[in-house]
Structure formats: C-alpha cells, structure tokens
Design a protein around this ligand. Structure first.
Ligand code: S3P
Length: 170
C-alpha cells in the first residue's frame, strides 16, 4: 500500500503535479476538493458561500481521515488549507507527505490570474493580493513544514517537479 500526499499553498501546483505523478507511478489520483464536491454535489466555492468555511473544514477533515484510513494506494492532492485545521498535519506524518514550496512572487503571479473559484481570494482587490498571500503563507508555513519532504517548485516544469518527487520516493 502506498499513499503519497501533496500539500502547499493555493497555486503551488498540487493537483497538476499529483495527476502527473499518478500517471507515472501507475496509481490513482485523488483530489480532496473534488472528493468533497462529489460527496456533497456542491462546488467548494458554493460550500463556502452557503454553508460557511467551518462546515467545509469539517468535511475536509472527515474525507482526509477516511482516505488515510483506507487500505488503498493513491496520490492525493490536498486543498491549500487542509494541513492547517484540526489535527490534519499530524495525520500526514503517517504517509509520504510532500510540501510543494513556492515563493510569494510565484504564487501571486499564478493566483492573480486564477482566483475566481477560490473563495478565500476571489473578492480581494489585486492591490491587496500579494500582501495577503505573504501573510497567509507565513501563518501556514508551520503546518506545511510538518510534511516529510519539501520540494521547491519555482521555475520548474511539471515534469521536473514530478521527477524530483520520484527521486525522493525511491
Ligand atoms: C483553500 C484552498 C482550496 C480549497 C478551498 C480552501 C485554502 O484548494 O480547498 O478554497 O484554504 O487554501 P486549492 O489549494 O486547490 O486552491
């Protein structure tokens, strides 16, 4: 049984790297946000809006616990906040957890273009986005660094990052 979990801030590339890694390692790819959307039939953005963040965090914790307790092998991409709530970061020490570490500049450049579906960022004016990311990342870094491994992703292609992860896992 093999469980590999990718974590990191929004825009760090968790989903795209997890999908690529899963293809290369011939394992299923599971995305935690998508699992929550499948179970509830509601998008993450809608869940935040209609039920509130705490409701989402509870579902996220339940789903993570369920997946980690299963007998299945998979590559799992988390949501950006997953390690920072309940005891999720402790659960991650039982598996191969990898922090995809990106600088604020990289994250800003990506997120300024793709944040409509991200409820925590969607309503921020462009002028406040970079500072928000910097502060938020600082708050979350403690949890992200609980991962078993860290891979720097700035200026690297999807294949380069995937190869770096595979080298760690062998
Ligand atoms: C969140 C990140 C999102 C999603 C939700 C909350 C966060 O996932 O889980 O909007 O708290 O950072 P991505 O990191 O895939 O955008």
């Amino acid at each position: 049984m093999r469980k590999v979990v990718l974590l990191g801030y929004m825009g760090s590339g968790k989903s795209v790297i997890a999908e690529n890694l899963a293809v290369q390692m011939n394992l299923p790819w599971i995305d935690l946000d998508q699992e929550i959307e499948k179970t509830t039939g509601i998008s993450v953005a809608q869940l935040f809006e209609t039920k509130g963040e705490l409701y989402f965090r509870k579902l996220e914790h339940q789903k993570l616990t369920e997946l980690l307790q299963s007998e299945n092998s998979f590559i799992l991409s988390l949501g950006g906040g997953t390690p920072c709530y309940f005891n999720n970061h402790e659960l991650l020490s039982q598996v191969d957890s990898i922090y995809l570490k990106a600088t604020v500049t990289t994250l800003y450049n990506r997120l300024v273009l793709e944040r409509e579906q991200r409820p925590l960022l969607a309503t921020l004016p462009d002028s406040e986005l970079q500072e928000f990311i910097a502060k938020h990342l600082f708050d979350r870094a403690f949890y992200y660094h609980k991962a078993n491994y860290t891979v720097a992703v700035d200026d690297k292609s999807v294949d380069e990052i995937t190869a770096a992860i595979r080298a760690i896992l062998t």
